[in-house]
Design a protein around this ligand. Structure first.
Ligand code: UDP
Length: 409
């Protein structure tokens, strides 16, 4: 298990010291975090790295997963899509399945901790199903800036039972939200397999073992097969780039266990690739492997993130951390990470030709690509590495539990 001291020399010493001093009050505090998948997607990534560190600094922090049927996840995917602004329908029966799944969980799982942190909409109703003997925090990772009204009106009453709502960005706070809010940025773990240092030889060996051709420069998007990640848009960009530069494209997207649309979208993209592009120009990957993602982010000449909406975009953070230049849509949390023209390029999500122009520019100018990559890496080091989240979370818990005494029970 990783320890806070392992991050000495990676982040500033002052950050480590502040964490230690602010964690003093929270020794033995029992905290539980609840989400709905153990793999795939940014939330699972963050929790798997964060929880060991919170334990290392003296909290007793656990992780529970709300399990659901495919029906349940089809419904909660509608919430996700609806919160991001899509028009969706929700039947009374679907509302019932959603509530019943949470009810079942509450029957089987006792939450008597000192604080409960609930991630995203799937386990949101739990707050109403327990006696509220402790602070409850709703940590929403989704862009809430222009939600579908019907979905928001259904979910909003749950927020009113929470003591705190946490979002990733100021403009995600819904204007009609009554609950106090805090902004906390997601982070990446520089010591995770996905982000650890790798030699060029190791990188090439991993990519070769997954049949990624290395004979030409290549651009990559790493994202679940999801319409909001716009894999079709990436194919359009590649077609433009390919007219002038001989290169390849890699689309890598695993299937999150709580995302029922992935397979369908993958099949559609695959058909389009087979119909419209020469064989071998594009590599499609659905294998979930952290070292493969690491190697792709390191070895790609350019990383694209053509999202139409993006709560934060950890794939951008990960790629910047590897010193690889990123060209990404000017949406959601991506704008917090890329200073346009300095740590990468920010492009309007519909502007395929602008994406393609910058990809060509970076493919042709390795010096500029390296400079941009280095600036991106330093920006991530200062703002978006795991210890920063540890600090933000313990600051929030200290505020919510100011006078509480924690014992070893
Ligand atoms: N991811 C992965 N393999 C894939 C696609 C994505 O491991 O094939 C990881 C990615 O590296 C990142 C997370 O899933 O850590 C995605 O987080 P992000 O915030 O970019 O998007 P989300 O999927 O949460 O919308």
């Amino acid at each position: 298990m990783k320890r806070l001291d392992d991050y000495i020399g990676i982040v500033d010493d002052s950050l480590i010291q502040e964490i230690r001093s602010r964690a003093e009050h929270l020794q033995d505090a029992r905290i539980v975090q609840v989400n709905s998948t153990y793999m795939g997607g940014g939330v699972a990534e963050i929790l798997s790295s964060l929880i060991p560190l919170l334990n290392d600094i003296g909290l007793r922090c656990g992780w529970r997963i709300l399990h659901g049927t495919p029906d349940f996840f089809a419904i909660t995917k509608k919430f996700h899509n609806g919160l991001q602004g899509e028009a969706v329908e929700l039947s009374e029966q679907e509302k019932e399945i959603f509530l019943q799944t949470n009810q079942n969980y509450a029957t089987y799982t006792h939450l008597t901790h000192d604080a409960v942190i609930i991630h995203d909409p799937q386990p949101m109703p739990l707050v109403m199903l327990y006696p509220q003997i402790q602070p409850w925090i709703w940590r929403c990772h989704i862009d809430l800036s222009s939600p579908n009204e019907m979905i928001w009106n259904f979910l909003k009453p749950f927020t009113e039972h929470y003591n705190k709502v946490v979002v990733s960005k100021e403009d995600y706070i819904p204007p009609d939200l009554k609950t106090p809010t805090t902004i906390i940025h997601p982070v990446i773990d520089p010591l995770a397999l996905k982000n650890r240092e790798m030699t060029p030889e190791e990188t090439d060996a991993i990519l070769t073992s997954f049949n990624v051709p290395l004979d030409k420069p290549f651009i990559t998007q790493i994202s679940r097969f999801d319409k909001w990640k716009d894999p079709d848009g990436v194919l359009d960009i590649f077609r433009e780039v390919k007219k002038d530069v001989d290169c390849r494209l890699v689309l890598c997207g695993n299937m999150a266990t709580d995302d029922p649309e992935g397979l369908q979208i993958y099949e559609r993209v695959k058909t389009r690739v087979e119909r419209e592009f020469p064989p071998d120009d594009i590599t499609l990957i659905t294998i979930a492997n952290h070292e493969l993602v690491n190697a792709l982010q390191r070895r790609s000449n350019v990383i694209i993130q053509k999202s139409l909406r993006e709560g934060f975009g950890l794939t951008v953070t990960e790629a910047l951390w590897k010193g690889t230049p990123v060209i990404a849509s000017r949406v959601g949390g991506i704008v917090l990470q890329i200073k346009n023209g300095y740590t990468g390029y920010l492009i309007e999500p519909t502007d395929v030709s602008e994406f393609a122009e910058h990809a060509k520019e970076l493919l042709a100018d390795p010096v500029k690509a390296r400079e941009m990559g280095a600036a991106g890496k330093e920006f991530v080091r200062q703002h978006f590495l795991l210890p920063q989240l540890v600090l933000d979370e313990i600051k929030m818990l200290n505020k919510l539990l100011p006078d509480k005494k924690f014992g070893p029970t």
